[in-house]
Design a protein around this ligand. Structure first.
Ligand SMILES: [Zn+2]
Length: 401
């Protein structure tokens, strides 16, 4: 990411940087609305242009996490957010697909979705950002009401919901642990995902909190956000309803809080390990090829502006830039970077800032093609590395985790 002098000003602009069952998920409630508007649901599912999507390509999708807290304990740290994003990416990259985790009967239908979710590095105004906003609020259980989505009602306004996936993390009073907007249904300012703060993170931060302690609720909600239904469809009472996906079998149970390898209903083996079930987190491991196609079609048809947001997840050299920075290797004590392009040897230096924009470290990098950024005493979290060539500044977001 190339930027101007904006970053060094951030010390003075730090407010910019700060700012169901018990149902596992809220989808049933929205499903009732679909029931009343079945034509809308049909339109979403059927009016999609299959030619718009290439299922082989990895797609980078920007997210912003709004931490909306009433209690200090709800103001969760950056590393908990990063852990959650990593869980999300592990699920969508297919890293969780090992033969040990996917029953043989489903090994050929399970697949990587190839979405990579990335905390936004540029906010809607074009300023560098950590992709995380924080706001203290007064309303009890604000996550359970639509006040959450509006500054004017004591909540937090979304960033442009066409260009960013907005994830609000707040207390819900136990009404649900996660809920998501089905494409084309909620008003634009409310499009996104709401997560109960007690279920947002990963095994490190949620361990001991029960069945949903590995951060897979957000994976499930992201499935809804991209148009997936539960495998049982809208009705559990018999085997007549389903999710409209060809390679997910009908099921007569949610498998809430269970961890069965295999079980049977509706005349076939159930996908207890599919992310769109209510199975315990420890046993959720895969999406199917049909679910992948549905999500990518929904992305192409209803959420394609997400792909137009300029977001840089990694730090590869940008060939269009005369000068660029690349992470070569990350170790337990720091990160090795390479520099590429012309550098004024008398003026070049590297500087490390925290997310408040305060300088933590700097080093002359005049004649170096590589330099080492020591991180062993730094807290886990997000930082900005800036390299100045004398003429130009280049900044890179560092996630130390
Ligand atoms: Zn759900």
């Amino acid at each position: 990411m190339r930027s101007s002098l904006i970053l060094v000003l951030l010390c003075f602009l730090s407010p910019l940087m700060h700012a169901q069952d018990l149902k596992p998920c809220f989808f049933e409630n929205t499903q009732e609305r679909y029931g009343a508007n079945q034509h809308l649901m049909d339109a979403v599912i059927n009016n999609i242009d299959v030619g718009k999507v290439d299922t082989r390509q990895e797609l980078v999708i920007p997210v912003v996490v709004h931490v909306v807290y009433r209690l200090d304990s709800e103001d969760i740290p950056d590393e908990q957010i990063l852990e959650q994003i990593e869980v999300l990416n592990t699920a969508f990259s297919g890293e969780s697909l090992t033969s040990a985790q996917v029953p043989k009967v489903f090994s050929s239908s399970s697949t990587a979705v190839n979405f990579q979710f990335c905390l936004a590095d540029t906010d809607p105004s074009g300023l560098p950002t950590s992709g995380i906003t924080r706001k203290e609020v007064e309303l009890l259980n604000i996550g359970a009401s639509s006040n959450l989505f509006y500054d004017d009602f004591g909540g937090k306004d979304a960033w442009d919901t066409d260009r960013y996936i907005n994830i609000w993390v707040a207390e819900t009073g136990g009404l649900f642990i996660g809920k998501a907007s089905f494409p084309g249904v909620d008003p634009k300012p409310e499009q996104g995902i709401v997560m109960d703060v007690n279920f947002f993170g990963g095994l490190k931060s949620l361990s001991g909190t029960g069945s949903f302690d590995e951060g897979k609720t957000l994976v499930h909600e992201m499935g809804h956000y991209f148009g997936l239904e539960h495998l049982w469809g809208s009705d559990l009472s018999d085997c007549s309803s389903e999710d409209g996906i060809a390679d997910t079998p009908k099921t007569g149970s949610t498998y809430l809080n269970t961890c069965l390898d295999q079980s049977f209903s509706c005349g076939s083996t159930d996908m207890t390990g599919n992310y769109m079930m209510y199975t315990s987190d420890a046993c959720l491991h895969y999406f199917t090829k049909g679910q992948k196609e549905r999500m990518r079609l929904i992305l192409a048809q209803y959420r394609s502006d997400l792909l137009s947001t300029n977001t840089n997840c990694d730090s590869g050299f940008n060939q269009e830039d005369a000068f660029s920075l690349k992470k070569i290797q990350s170790g337990p004590n720091g990160i090795l970077f390479g520099l590429h392009g012309p550098i004024d040897p008398s003026k070049a230096q590297a500087l490390l800032y925290d997310t408040k924009g305060c300088l933590l470290w700097n080093k002359e990098v005049s004649s170096l093609e590589q330099f080492y950024l020591p991180m062993q005493e730094r807290a886990f979290g997000m930082y900005f590395l800036v390299v100045s060539t004398g003429e130009e500044l280049i900044s890179e977001r560092i996630v130390w985790y």
